[in-house]
Design a protein around this ligand. Sequence first.
Ligand SMILES: Nc1ncnc2c1ncn2[C@@H]1O[C@H](COP(=O)(O)OP(=O)(O)OP(=O)(O)O)[C@@H](O)[C@H]1O
Length: 232
Amino acid sequence: MTVIVLSGPVGAGKSSLTAILSKYLGTKPFYESVDDNPVLPLFYKDPLKYTYLLQLFFLNTRFHSIKKALSDDNNVLDRSIYEDSLFFHMNADIGRANDLEVQTYDELLESMMKELERMPKRHPDLLVHINVSYETMISRIQKRGRSYEQLSFDPTLEDYYKRMLRYYEKWYDDYNYSPKMMIDGDHYDFMASESDRTEVLDQITQKLKQVGKLPKNWHAGEIATESIEFSS
Ligand SMILES: Nc1ncnc2c1ncn2[C@@H]1O[C@H](COP(=O)(O)OP(=O)(O)OP(=O)(O)O)[C@@H](O)[C@H]1O
């Protein structure tokens, strides 16, 4: 059994790479539901009021999916519980959560992580992090077009996104729950370019081989974009 988790900032392309990778490896994709998340639009409209609720919402859904993934078969998750604390603390640092909320959140997360230690499989086998620059991030956010994520919706989002990229650097350096690797999301356009896609899949395959976690019965094949089912 092989469990791979993707990570990276908003718009990095985690969901797309999850679809590509799971198709390539013949494993099951787990997607975070974004467009039917009832709290997300509220949060972007009034972050001060909704930060805590949104983070509890994410923590809860993410806990269920990682638990399922760790007790299930081979699978790929488009984002994992390991990144949630980054989002919460970043929001707390800009005054959107008070000390008591931070303390309660941290204690809850700690209990959840302890619970994961009791799973038959305790951690993922590989973290694939997609690194992007601010420019790439913004152009992907624009292309995708979720209204509440646009800079035109709230100009303070520029600072928010730049801060997010800074926090991610430290987060990736500190992450030690599993082997990890970084994909250069500025250089490789795995959606639009077939050769880039092949290169990225090759890098991930090499890493999986190196850590002895290439799914059994797997054999490499070409994958055409038309054959991949992307999540909405
Ligand atoms: N704790 C959190 N975890 C994930 N997303 C969060 C969190 N808090 C707020 N968000 C918001 O949820 C939305 C979904 O973000 P996410 O990066 O997971 O998906 P995405 O933008 O579709 O990514 P990708 O393009 O890489 O697939 C973003 O607007 C993000 O800012």
